[in-house]
Design a protein around this ligand. Structure first.
Ligand code: GLU
Length: 440
């Protein structure tokens, strides 16, 4: 049974970088008919906000990335405390009292001597009396996990065979001095308890994975399959971290990005497969395979989402938008016809009302001074609505006979006068949908 999880901290809105992680984990579970868990990593009570937890769920629902189960770390603190006790009993957990300034000084010294800035484990050598004295002087210390000094190896689903020398990593702090359980411990306990089989996350977590594998082993468990996807960069390869705030899923939604455009894009960028618009998440899941992804940073350009959004809309059936169109006040008898014409001419859904307004009320005519008389004469030859599919052909034939104009000189001034635009739907379609006789 495949079980995956997406584990955001509810300390902000989801952005495109998070989406990649959420999507990959969702797709793996979906493809295997497994379980996808949404896990809120909310052990930090100061930074975690209900508002963000709600927004995360709303954003995932917008995209159809629904979860089979939701878990909150803040409700599982007992489990983390139990695990901490076990590690303590095993002698794998030790209290350390250095202040951040002291640790910083140690790191600087090590770097000056050309040594890796790894915690020197001074606290391991403390006698019981020294520990008691420090605790009395400084209050409770942090709790560090004592890593076994060995090479930690795993086969990464994207990066291939990886190994990290535990000696090059500081013993991780799992519990803060104020008692707050940190992500590394909580995540390990959850992954084990929830039977997670696959963990896909950003490559910024590779070192965490090494220590998590050891903690899982210390608690008597094997580890899930790990895969680390590359991080997103901007179109020029620049770091995206500072801009991610402006690439939140809610902003993209508000700007009119279509879910299927975003999902199709995110499922393919950074892989050997071209971006193709998918019809559904199941279709994306069918073709999804982590082995198609590489380790190089993945370029993301928001601008790519607009042509994809337009293409998704061009293929969107009337049934999918019927409610939205009815809400605009389009009469039932015209609604389907209206959508078939409008959808090829919109960039986002926000463009739909404009087309209906044009058909309902007409446009402000655009007429060059030299075409004024021509257009006035042509409008005089146009009967009152209702119009049909023949109206444009009949009208322009009559205007052509009366004026001798033909081709572009005949059609373009009339298009601009009727629609106010140089481009748009076939004029036969425009006239058929037009509810008012155009006037100058
Ligand atoms: N809360 C962690 C994060 O957002 C989860 C990482 C993980 O998937 O283990 O980075």
């Amino acid at each position: 049974m495949t079980v995956t999880r997406f584990a955001p901290s509810p300390t902000g809105f989801l952005h495109v970088g998070n989406l990649r992680t959420a999507l990959f984990n969702h797709l793996i579970a979906r493809k295997a008919g497994g379980t996808f868990i949404l896990r809120l990593d909310d052990t930090d009570p100061e930074r975690s906000k209900d508002e963000y937890a709600d927004a995360i769920q709303e954003d995932l629902e917008w995209l159809g990335l629904t979860w089979d189960r939701i878990e909150r770390q803040s409700l599982r603190l007992d489990r983390y405390a139990e695990a901490a006790d076990r590690l303590r009993d095993m002698g794998r957990f030790y209290e350390a009292f250095e202040t951040p300034t002291e640790l910083d000084l140690k790191r600087k010294k090590q770097l000056n001597m050309g040594l890796p800035p790894v915690y020197d484990r001074a606290a391991l050598a403390l006698s019981e009396e020294e520990t008691a004295r420090l605790r009395a002087e400084r209050g409770p210390g942090v709790w560090r996990f004592k890593l076994d000094q060995e090479r930690i190896e795993w086969e990464d689903g994207i990066l291939g065979a990886l190994s990290i020398d535990a000696g090059s990593v500081s013993d991780p702090v799992l519990i803060r001095a104020d008692g707050q359980v940190l992500y590394t411990l909580a995540s390990v306990v959850d992954d084990v308890d929830m039977g997670i089989t696959h963990v896909v996350r950003g490559s910024d977590h590779v070192t965490n994975t090494a220590t998590q594998i050891q903690i899982m082993a210390a608690l008597g468990h094997g580890h899930p399959a790990f895969a680390h996807h590359s991080l997103l960069t901007g179109p020029q390869g620049e770091a995206l971290s500072k801009r991610l705030g402006t690439l939140s899923l809610r902003d993209l939604r508000a700007a009119g990005v279509e879910p299927m455009a975003l999902l199709s894009h995110m499922a393919r960028i950074g892989s050997s497969q071209p971006v193709e618009i998918a019809g559904s998440l199941d279709e994306i899941a069918d073709g999804f395979d982590l082995s198609h992804f590489g380790s190089a940073p993945t370029k993301f350009d928001e601008a790519d989402l607009w042509p994809l959004t337009a293409r998704v809309l061009h293929e969107t059936s009337f049934e999918e938008v019927a409610g939205e169109i009815a809400a605009l006040g389009v009469p039932d008898a015209l609604a389907r016809d209206f959508w078939e014409v409008a959808r090829a001419n919109i960039g986002t859904r926000a463009d739909i009302p404009g087309w209906w307004a044009l058909f309902r009320d007409g446009a402000a005519p655009v007429v060059a001074p030299e075409d004024r008389d021509f257009v006035a004469g042509a409008f005089a030859m146009l009967p009152d609505p209702p119009y049909d599919g023949e109206t444009w052909g009949n009208w322009t034939t009559a205007v052509k006979e009366a004026t001798g104009r033909k081709g572009k000189a005949l059609f373009m001034p009339l298009r601009k006068a009727v629609t106010g635009l140089e481009k748009g739907p076939e004029m036969a379609d425009v006239m058929r949908l037009l509810q008012k006789k155009p006037t100058l």
